[in-house]
Design a protein around this ligand. Structure first.
Ligand code: PRP
Length: 204
C-alpha cells in the first residue's frame, strides 16, 4: 500500500479528481476524515496542512506526497521530485502598492513564506525585516504593518480587490509529487505503479 500525504485546502479537490481520473476509487469519507483509502487497498491518503506534506514524506510516514512547489521550498528539505502535476498552478510574487518606492531604512515584508522571501531578497543582496503571518497577508500593507508582501497569487482577485499589484514574480508554482528516498528503494514496484498511473492520467 502506498501512503500518500496530500495537501488539504486549495489542492485537495483537484488532487482527488485527478486521482479518480487516474483510475483510483475511494471509500466513503467525511469532510473531516484525515485518512482516506482507495477501494482496492493500494493507497492510503493522509490529509495534512500543505506545509506539513514535506515533513510526512521526509520522515517516511508517507511514501509519497502531493503539494505545491512552495511547500517544498519552505520546508528546506531535500526530497525527490519526480513529477509535476497538471493542476495547482499559481505564482509566488512580491506585491505592494503600484509604483512603490522604498524609503530609507530596512524594508518590511509580510508573508506566510519566510524562506522564499529570504531567498528572494538575499539574491538581491537586500536586507529586509520579514514579518511572519499566518493568513490574510494582503491586509499588512493596507494597515501599515509592512510595506510589501510575498504571497501566492492564483486568480489575482485578492490583490486586486485590496488595491495591490504584483511588483515582481518570484517563482511559478504547481502541484508536484515528492518521494521518500527509503520508500523508493523498499517499495519500488508499488511506487513505480503509482507514478505510472499518474502518468497515464496525465495523458488520458
Ligand atoms: C491564498 C494566498 C492569497 C490568495 C490568492 O490565501 O495567500 O491570499 O490565496 O488567491 P487569488 O489570487 O486567487 O485571490 P488563502 O486563500 O489560502 O487564505 P489565507 O490568506 O487565509 O492564507
Amino acid at each position: 500500500m502506498v501512503k500518500l500525504a496530500l495537501a488539504k485546502g486549495r489542492l485537495e479537490e483537484e488532487a482527488f479528481s485527478f486521482l479518480k481520473g487516474c483510475g483510483y476509487t475511494f471509500k466513503e469519507a467525511t469532510e473531516r476524515s484525515l485518512v482516506v483509502e482507495d477501494l482496492k487497498g493500494t493507497m492510503q491518503i493522509f490529509i495534512v496542512k500543505p506545509l506539513d506534506v514535506p515533513t510526512y514524506v521526509f520522515s517516511g510516514i508517507a511514501d509519497v506526497g502531493i503539494c505545491g512547489t512552495d511547500s517544498i521550498v519552505e520546508s528546506q528539505l531535500k526530497l525527490i521530485q519526480p513529477m509535476k502535476l497538471p493542476f495547482g498552478k499559481s505564482r509566488m510574487v512580491l506585491a505592494g502598492f503600484e509604483g512603490f518606492k522604498p524609503k530609507n531604512g530596512v524594508l518590511s515584508v509580510a508573508t506566510k513564506f519566510p524562506v522564499s522571501t529570504k531567498m528572494y531578497f538575499d539574491a538581491k543582496k537586500l536586507d529586509v525585516k520579514i514579518i511572519k503571518l499566518h493568513g490574510s497577508v494582503e491586509l499588512a500593507p493596507l494597515v501599515g504593518l509592512a510595506e510589501l508582501i510575498v504571497d501566492i497569487v492564483q486568480t489575482g482577485r485578492t490583490l486586486k480587490e485590496n488595491g495591490l499589484s504584483i511588483l515582481d514574480e518570484i517563482y511559478p508554482i504547481s502541484a508536484i509529487v515528492t518521494l521518500n528516498e527509503v520508500s523508493y528503494r523498499t517499495k519500488r514496484d508499488e511506487i513505480l505503479n503509482f507514478l505510472e498511473s499518474l502518468s497515464r492520467g496525465m495523458k488520458g
